[in-house]
Design a protein around this ligand. Structure first.
Ligand SMILES: Nc1ncnc2c1ncn2[C@@H]1O[C@H](COP(=O)(O)OP(=O)(O)OP(=O)(O)O)[C@@H](O)[C@H]1O
Length: 217
């Protein structure tokens, strides 16, 4: 399946954030969006899911138009901020997303997170990992993870990178994170957002292109 967003134009008053943006992602791959702070990555994700109205945007899955992809069961989205209320039990959050509790508890065990806990029982990193696992296990063809590596320790990041790659057997996974080296390690395709436009990076010299766009020095 192919998820495409194009002709995205977004401005707040005189501030033009996105100008004629295109991105395309397919199931079976990890696709990424990099860009400096404030370039519009989260806005673009919110436009894709349908929670932010832009002046214009066309969001399609396999050439069908979706004004609100979030309601369609084709995509789940993990925002930068925590997703679930603190006093919710992990198992209840999993049930809310119609997950098989037995299957998901095995995943949680792997990361030493008890599924019977409430979110406030967990550390920041455990909580982030728990939310990521719930979203990754949803039976939808696309998942967006906004800053999945935030709060995670290096060893958890490495485990998550393996996990994300495994889920591409059934999904397209779209990520954005400023820990660009980890993003590069697992991405099949990388877009860089700069001055309101997306640029699809050539796979052979990604670091050099990131330098040219002054995302890194
Ligand atoms: N509701 C809003 N009203 C006005 N400006 C907004 C609004 N939402 C976002 N912006 C502006 O749009 C720009 C893009 O914001 P966005 O959060 O998408 O950036 P980002 O690329 O995700 O940044 P970061 O990497 O820091 O998370 C910023 O300049 C922000 O101030």
């Amino acid at each position: 399946m192919k998820l495409e967003v194009d002709s995205v134009n977004l401005r707040f008053g005189d501030h033009v954030v996105l100008s004629d943006v295109y991105m395309g992602f397919e199931t079976g791959e990890v696709g990424s969006l990099l860009g400096r702070n404030g370039t519009g990555k989260s806005c673009l994700f919110n436009i894709i899911i349908g929670s932010l109205k832009s002046q214009y945007a066309s969001v399609r899955v396999d050439k069908c138009y979706y004004p609100s992809l979030f309601k369609s069961n084709l995509l789940k989205y993990l925002p930068q901020t925590f997703l679930f209320p603190s006093n919710l039990r992990l198992s209840n959050a999993a049930e809310y997303f119609e997950l098989d509790i037995e299957n998901i508890s095995e995943k949680f065990d792997k990361f030493h997170i008890p599924i019977s806990s409430k979110f406030y029982d967990l550390s920041g990193g455990q909580r982030r990992m728990a939310e990521i696992l719930i979203i990754l296990n949803c039976s939808c063809p696309f998942v967006i993870l906004d800053e999945p590596f935030t709060h995670l320790s290096p060893i958890q990041i490495d485990a998550l990178k393996i996990e994300i790659k495994e889920y591409t057997s059934t999904k397209g996974i779209i990520i954005s994170d400023h820990q660009y080296q980890h993003v590069i390690d697992i991405s099949d395709k990388i877009y860089l957002l700069n001055a309101g436009k997306t640029h699809l990076l050539k796979p052979e010299n990604v670091l050099e292109q990131l330098q040219n766009f002054m995302y890194i020095i």
